[in-house]
Design a protein around this ligand. Structure first.
Ligand code: NDP
Length: 471
């Protein structure tokens, strides 16, 4: 497939005017039948999967099997379930419009001031990674500021202003789902049309010739409106990830309203997920160098995924705990907390080690020693040769994606906080395992194409992907 792809790759002009074949290390140029089948499956069923989970909580106390059994045995019909589903409401539309507009405003109109007074925080105008076409984009990194302002307002409202109830998100959860879907589909469709008609950087567009693949995985690499409104950074971070912690707070407020107290499991879920979210915003500049921004094109996968999948399915633990107020024993609560914190430590340190190593070009210490690395070279679309290094010290010497392992440990902790009563809160760990394993394979395929023999030397030096001796 690699040589066939080379053949189909578009030609772009190099700096010296010669036509060059564009580098093969970005998103796929051709679609195999398995990818196509998966994409069509997801396009058709992902919105129903989200609906099923949320409906199961709303109508069946978070049981995943009862609705299916009820339908199978004729105790309920799809029409019955649909009839009991809250429709979109004017209030939800107003809320959602206000929410997204506020985030757009914070993203586009308020340059970062946090980096001026927070020691160690890197914000303001920052550069992304070099794209396959050799472009380096600039970003206004102000996510931490948006998160802080949004949460400050939330707490001001909850404790002082009382303009609205903190349970507002829970109370409008299904009507808001319809609004999120409308935005998700609208933005993905716009991105597709924009990719064909007025792309931001034509050299970085990819067309596979397959409509569904283009729609799902995106055509444009870094679609923008104007100089600064970057779709990937905005949709990845703002409406979904800023909302994540607010959604959890709203679920905690609902527990308080219903039962007169907040359970330790709900507190654990709120704290562990807030650490993850805050970490994301504290390290937003680092995030510019991750796969989402560096390699993924912007299509339905990111557009709809960030608007719907992320806020609705990443918050299932909090939602579940509203219906099942689990109170963990102290040893279990401590166990969950430790697992979450150790997972987070591995996740953060692994990411930090690579970032430090790449930023300082290896002039740093990893675990107290000068890092070992494998020298690599690759060619970008403009025909330029570049040199880089792959780290083989620290966590990067333990496994090739130990950051994913830490992430999975943290994810498991959120699920375990919900006890063993139902499968629904465990969806997250199942999904993350599939996502990160697939991502690992996808990334390694790309790296193998990018670095060729040098990648083989790296995989020989660090033979395992996630768990030494196992995978
Ligand atoms: P990585 O941060 O692991 O980045 C992979 C890239 O790093 C490779 O493409 C390669 O890029 C470079 N690289 C690989 N090996 C080495 C090495 N040994 N030394 C130096 N550079 C190397 O992956 P992601 O961007 O996917 O993930 C970032 C974090 O985000 C992870 O911790 C992950 O768990 C988390 N994440 C969370 C998700 C969620 O939904 N919660 C979803 C996705 C990710 P290059 O071309 O530059 O060499």
């Amino acid at each position: 497939m690699a040589s066939k792809s080379q053949h189909n790759a578009p030609k772009t002009k190099s700096l010296n005017g010669k036509a060059e074949s564009q580098g093969q290390w970005g998103r796929a140029w051709e679609v195999d039948w398995f990818s196509l089948a998966s994409i069509i499956f997801l396009l058709l069923f992902a919105p129903f999967i989200v609906y099923y989970f949320i409906m199961a909580c709303d109508q069946y106390s978070c049981s995943l099997t009862t609705p299916a059994l009820d339908i199978a045995t004729g105790r309920a019909s799809l029409a019955d379930i649909w009839a009991k589903t809250p429709p979109v409401t004017a209030k939800a539309v107003q809320l959602y419009t206000l929410w997204v507009s506020f985030q757009v405003l914070l993203y586009s109109w308020l340059p970062d001031f946090c980096h001026r007074f927070l020691p160690g925080y890197v914000g303001g105008v920052q550069e992304g990674a070099i794209t396959p076409a050799g472009v380096v984009n600039k970003y206004e990194v102000n996510g931490l500021q948006a998160w802080l302002i949004t949460h400050l307002l939330w707490f001001l409202n909850a404790y002082l202003l009382t303009w609205f109830s903190p349970t507002i998100i829970f109370d409008n959860w299904i009507p808001l789902l319809w609004c999120a879907n409308i935005l998700g589909y609208a933005v993905s469709t716009f991105a597709m049309i924009k990719g064909y008609l007025f792309p931001t950087s034509a050299e970085d567009c990819k067309f596979t010739g397959n409509f569904f693949y283009n729609f799902m995985m995106g055509i444009e690499f870094n679609p923008r409106v104007g100089k600064w409104f970057d779709f990937k950074l905005f949709f990845n971070g703002r409406p979904g990830i800023v909302a994540w912690t607010l959604i959890n707070l709203s679920f905690a407020a609902k527990q308080q309203e219903l039962y007169g107290h907040v359970t330790n499991s709900m507190i654990l879920v709120n704290i562990l997920q807030a650490i993850y979210v805050l970490d994301f915003f504290w390290n937003e500049t680092w995030y510019l160098k991750t796969i989402d921004i560096c390699h993924d094109h912007f299509g339905w996968y990111l557009g709809w995924g960030d608007c719907v999948w992320l806020p609705y399915l990443y918050t299932l633990q909090g939602l579940y705990l509203v219906y099942h107020p689990v109170q963990l024993s102290t040893p279990n609560a401590v166990g969950v907390l430790l697992l979450g914190l150790v997972g987070y430590y591995i996740f953060r340190m692994t990411n930090h080690q690579k970032d430090l190593f790449r930023r300082t070009d290896g002039r740093c210490l990893i675990w107290g020693k000068k890092p070992k690395a494998i020298e690599c070279s690759y060619t970008s679309a403009d025909g330029q040769k570049h040199r880089t290094k792959l780290l083989v010290s620290g966590f990067w010497g333990v496994a090739r994606h130990f950051n994913y392992t830490g992430d999975l440990m943290g994810s498991l902790a959120y699920c375990l906080a919900c006890g063993g009563g139902h499968l629904l809160p465990y969806f997250y760990i199942i999904y993350m395992t599939i996502l990160l394993t697939h991502r690992c394979l996808r990334d390694e395929h790309r790296c193998a194409n990018k670095y060729g023999r040098d990648w083989e030397r790296y995989t020989a030096a660090v033979p395992y992907r996630l768990l030494p001796g196992i995978f």
